[in-house]
Design a protein around this ligand. Structure first.
Ligand code: AMP
Ligand code: GLY
Length: 431
């Protein structure tokens, strides 16, 4: 059997879980992770590459005989790493720049959805020079809440739900003052607020054939009961009981198929992982956002459920052979609790010693996100530090197992949400 030298790009909990899953593949020869983290270092070889320097990445690929590149985060995809490497005949799993626009530009995504009749919230787009027009538009509309979104990538910090005219006014001023945000908001999308429950569906596509891998629910707010600031994600569980078979069929036919076909028609065939963020409204499922990669921390609960060999699926996707594959997942629930540094997502300390990492039970997975090595110890090194993943036959069991494991791990000023999965519990009968 052919085996592959693989380079995985990224450094978060998502990439640790991808590395963990790929390392189980019979098709793997050597796994390199750039730059990786102390978790991935136990599975493959971390390489301290600046992944925004595509020439350096290519030199490394040539030197090590890399046969496949798997890209974890959105940044390099939106910047065109797939195009750059494919031009040099290197197989890459991840969409090309034009296709990654589904995440890279909200305006592009919204206009695409209108063109292909994919259900989403009504919207209007304004350039940064027209903020006064945006304000007048919102005043005339006079319906709250209303959603303001920066067009470009803003690391999850570019979306504002405003409950009044005053809030819109002060938010527009704040966007103008913030340099990074005002760059991402050189165009501003004003969007109707959708009432409902959010859920994420993860799809693998080779440009023509696509399969749903699984679904999950994220917890984006910092505080229990979905309160406080937005974060990269404080925990996830999978599958989400809100997604009935009927809903999944609708999502497939009303959203996923038209998206994949639409991208073909746009001559930007979509290869890689497509993350579809949905709102389940009274009128049915509607798209909140597309992302061009796995979610973090959703990936950490999805991949342990996948019975397929992930590398085999990825190879099939890069060779346009996904029609030969079908997805198999187990029937367990999984829960992921993110251990964060107190103060995240605003201001927090780093460099705290982490204890208890080897004390969790065998069926618990601990993925590293923001950690570092020093003098034989593992220290905190970012806002989101670790992802603890437990499983169970029921959602309640999965949640309990995960929180039991969380108790064993410690660092100074460790913060985590206590209610991951509770929304799902309300929907299942086996309480
Ligand atoms: P996005 O980056 O587009 O996913 O937005 C971040 C979060 O804002 C989403 O996960 C939702 O919780 C919320 N959100 C975004 N757009 C809407 C909308 N039109 N209606 C309600 N909530 C929204
Ligand atoms: N957890 C949300 C994201 O990955 O975008």
């Amino acid at each position: 059997m052919d085996t592959y030298n693989v380079l995985l790009i990224g450094a978060g909990g998502r990439e640790h879980s991808i590395a963990w899953k790929i390392s189980q593949s019979e098709k793997l020869d050597k796994l390199y992770i750039a730059p990786g983290n102390p978790g991935t270092a136990k599975i493959g070889k971390n390489v301290p590459l600046d992944v925004s320097d595509f020439d350096k990445v290519y030199d490394f690929i040539e030197n090590k005989g890399i046969e496949l590149v798997v890209v974890g985060p959105e940044g390099p995809l939106v910047d065109g790493i797939t195009d750059f490497l494919r031009e040099r005949n290197i197989p890459v799993f991840g969409p090309e720049k034009n296709a990654a626009m589904l995440e890279g530009s909200k305006e592009f995504a919204k206009e695409f959805m209108v063109k292909y009749n994919i259900p989403t919230a009504d919207f209007a787009v304004f350039s940064s020079l027209d903020y006064d027009d945006a304000f007048k538009f919102i005043q005339l509309k006079d319906t709250y809440p209303i959603v303001l979104k920066a067009d470009g990538l803003a690391g999850g910090k570019g979306v504002f739900i405003c409950n009044s005219e005053e809030e819109v006014k002060s938010r527009l001023l704040a966007i103008k003052k913030d340099k990074t945000l005002s760059e991402a908001a050189s165009k501003l999308v004003v969007e109707e607020f959708m009432e409902g429950e959010e859920v994420s569906v993860f799809v693998i596509s080779d440009g023509h054939t696509s399969h749903i891998i699984h679904n999950a629910q994220d917890h984006k707010r910092i505080g229990d009961g979905d309160t406080g600031l937005n974060t990269g994600g404080m925990g996830a569980y999978s599958p989400a009981p809100i997604l009935t078979e009927d809903l999944l069929v609708r999502i497939q036919s009303e959203i996923i198929e038209p998206t994949i076909t639409g991208m073909q028609l746009e001559e930007s065939a979509y290869t890689g992982i497509l993350y579809v963020g949905l709102m389940i409204t009274e009128e049915g499922p509607k798209v909140v956002e597309y992302n061009c990669r796995f979610g973090d921390p959703e990936c950490q609960v999805i991949l342990p459920s996948l019975n397929n060999d992930l590398l085999d699926l990825i190879i099939a996707a890069t060779e346009q052979r996904l029609d030969e594959k079908s997805i198999q997942t187990d029937d367990k629930y999984r829960c992921c609790v993110v251990l964060a540094s107190e103060g995240y997502p605003v201001k927090y300390e780093k460099g705290k010693v982490i204890s208890g990492l080897d004390e969790t039970d065998e069926d618990i997975l601990v993925f590293h996100a923001g950690t570092t090595h020093k003098d034989g110890k593992i220290l905190t090194n970012s806002g989101r530090v670790l992802n603890v993943v437990g499983s169970g036959k029921t959602l309640r069991g999965a949640i309990e197992n995960t929180y039991e494991a969380v108790k064993k791990i410690n660092f100074e000023n460790c913060y985590f949400r206590k209610d991951i999965g509770h929304k799902g519990l309300k929907r299942v009968s086996n309480l």
